[in-house]
Ligand binder design. Sequence first.
Ligand SMILES: CC(C)(COP(=O)(O)OP(=O)(O)OC[C@H]1O[C@@H](n2cnc3c(N)ncnc32)[C@H](O)[C@@H]1OP(=O)(O)O)[C@@H](O)C(=O)NCCC(=O)NCCS
Length: 234
Amino acid sequence: MAGARVVQLGGASARPSAARGWGHWRTWAQPAAAWAFRRRAACVFELRDLAGIAQSQAGVCLPEGYSFRQATLEELPACAELAETPLDEYRRRCRGGDQCYGTFWDGEPVNLSWLHFGSCYVYGLGLLIEAQPSECYLYNVLTDPGHRGRGLYKNTQRILIEMLASRGITRVRQVVAIDNTVPQIALPKLGYELNQVIRHKCIGGLKITTILDAAGAVASRRLFWWAPVGVFRI
Ligand SMILES: CC(C)(COP(=O)(O)OP(=O)(O)OC[C@H]1O[C@@H](n2cnc3c(N)ncnc32)[C@H](O)[C@@H]1OP(=O)(O)O)[C@@H](O)C(=O)NCCC(=O)NCCS
């Protein structure tokens, strides 16, 4: 995938209370620990023939009682709480033009997906995704634990493919942690192909990102200190 790379790690899962308790820790100690040492590996899945896939999936629908739509600004706090992500971060993404889609049950979000169009830098993997505005990076996907196993993930992924195909989007990428089996199995069934494997280390702030192609050969390795300037950070 010439010059392009991708990223992201799964979202969250368990609901709120912990978020408040660990909020302070998350503010400073967690980034400090990640700066000192961090090692992660993830797979990049890619979907190209959106229109073809959209055409072949007849009658996608969610179980009764669920509705899927873009979250409003007023709904952002509930979405951030579901993902255990600081609300400021969700607001920053909206200001940057990213779109938060949710599946709602009784007015509450129970499943989320974020869409970014164009280039971005995925902090957790030191991964720069160079992309056109017609290319989408789908991230922070999750289902509330109380609503899992009902097809929300699989079906919202299909609805998103249809929606993005109708907008003329030519390519969708997603990054899945190497040990996250549900999306690893589900995405190929939806038409995605494994495109790259990313191995990332951060030692005392020095970042080393190795990109392997689908056959396991090293495609590139980059050592760097600073995140790229002027690229939206996720
Ligand atoms: C991954 C996740 C989004 C799946 O959500 P979900 O709404 O429960 O998924 P679905 O009900 O649509 O199930 C999708 C597929 O995975 C299977 N699946 C779901 N949970 C499973 C489990 N715990 N073990 C094995 N398979 C499982 C389903 O059977 C289904 O497969 P099928 O198409 O063969 O029937 C959810 O587990 C989650 O939020 N995990 C934490 C965050 C995360 O990992 N996000 C993905 C980042 S890429």
